[in-house]
Design a protein around this ligand. Structure first.
Ligand SMILES: Nc1ncnc2c1ncn2[C@@H]1O[C@H](COP(=O)(O)OP(=O)(O)O)[C@@H](O)[C@H]1O
Ligand SMILES: [Mg+2]
Length: 303
């Protein structure tokens, strides 16, 4: 199954969502292949590189996807088609992270997607690439990104008789129920029938989501004993949010496995090498703010 994380708007949370989805799938025991189509910034590849490096330095074994370095060849879509084919044959899920722009590779990936996941920031500016709204909020047609999704979907249906599920994920949700949040929810509800997508709440605005890149970890990894992160309300809430998002995508065989992950994320992971061997590993220090956030009850109140 091919899952594409896309949105032409940069900074909407594609890479963050991709990393969390991939980690969740790996921790549920699925085989996962990944591709980074942001060939310039390569944030997804670099996130995974940081994860691999941290594992080596700490002598631990966090679950890793199969991540071939994808090198495009001009405007030729076939290297991508081949890479998707090879990964699909070897894994249960292929997760593709797209750049915040449109090109032949992005279109090709969308045409191969069984599921398209589109994180958007909770702002009407971000909604503009999904729907062309007039001053009164009436939809005059699809936005540029929705137009592209629609085109690739049609192509996929006509050439291969395959459908596609499109899930819009509201990212960086505020913790308070402000008017903008409600207006956006109402507008997305109105648009989903017209533009044929589903909407699900994604990740809240949390400092922790901005702090884990250098360590290459996600909130689903922080329960590993080597990180020494104290259990906390905030940690559990962030974990629950990720699990809720993964469940809402409705992937096959996920529900039962997710129930296990939700309760004790780290413990259910493929065992850490040191833990399995009964050797105490030196505690890994996450960037200080992460630890503070999770450890300090005062900090939780502000989350
Ligand atoms: N839920 C969240 N809470 C706080 N910060 C977030 C959240 N999701 C993403 N971010 C931050 O927003 C920025 C853009 O996220 P990123 O995943 O790189 O987006 P994209 O891949 O769409 O460009 C990054 O600095 C990231 O750490
Ligand atoms: Mg990105």
């Amino acid at each position: 199954m091919v899952i594409v994380i896309g949105n032409e708007k940069g900074g909407s949370g594609k890479t963050t969502t991709a990393m969390h989805l991939v980690t969740a799938l790996l921790r549920m025991g699925f085989r996962v292949g990944t591709l980074d189509l942001d060939v310039r910034q390569q944030s997804f590849s670099r996130y995974l590189r940081n994860r691999r490096r941290m594992c080596q330095e700490m002598d631990i074994a966090l679950p890793m996807p199969k991540h071939p370095q994808f090198r495009p060849f001009g405007n030729d879509p076939f290297p991508l088609v081949n890479a998707i084919g090879a990964l699909s044959a070897a894994t249960d899920f292929v997760v593709i992270d797209c750049p915040g722009s449109e090109n032949i590779l992005v279109r090709t990936a969308h045409a191969h997607a069984d599921v398209v996941i589109t994180p958007i920031n909770d702002s009407f500016l971000d909604l503009d690439v999904i729907a062309d709204l007039n001053g009164k909020g009436r939809c005059d047609g699809p936005g540029v990104y929705a137009e592209m999704v629609k085109g690739q979907r049609r192509k996929r249906l006509e050439s291969r008789r395959l459908g596609q599920d499109w899930v819009i994920v509201r990212n960086r949700l505020s913790h308070i129920g402000d008017k903008n949040k409600q207006n956006l929810a109402d507008k997305l509800d109105q648009l989903c029938g017209v533009l044929e997508f589903r909407v699900t709440p994604g990740l809240s605005e949390r400092v922790v989501f901005r702090q884990m890149f250098l360590a290459g970890v996600t909130v689903l990894d922080l329960d590993e004993p080597c990180f020494g992160v104290a259990d906390s309300k905030s940690h559990r809430a962030a974990t629950a949010e990720v699990c809720h998002l993964v469940r809402a995508i409705h992937l096959p065989e996920v529900d039962q496995r997710l129930a296990l992950l939700e309760h004790t994320p780290g413990r259910r992971a493929p065992a850490l090498r040191n833990e399995a061997e009964g050797i105490g590993s030196p505690p890994f220090r996450l960037p200080p703010l992460v630890t503070e956030r999770f450890a300090s009850p005062a900090a939780h109140a502000s989350q």
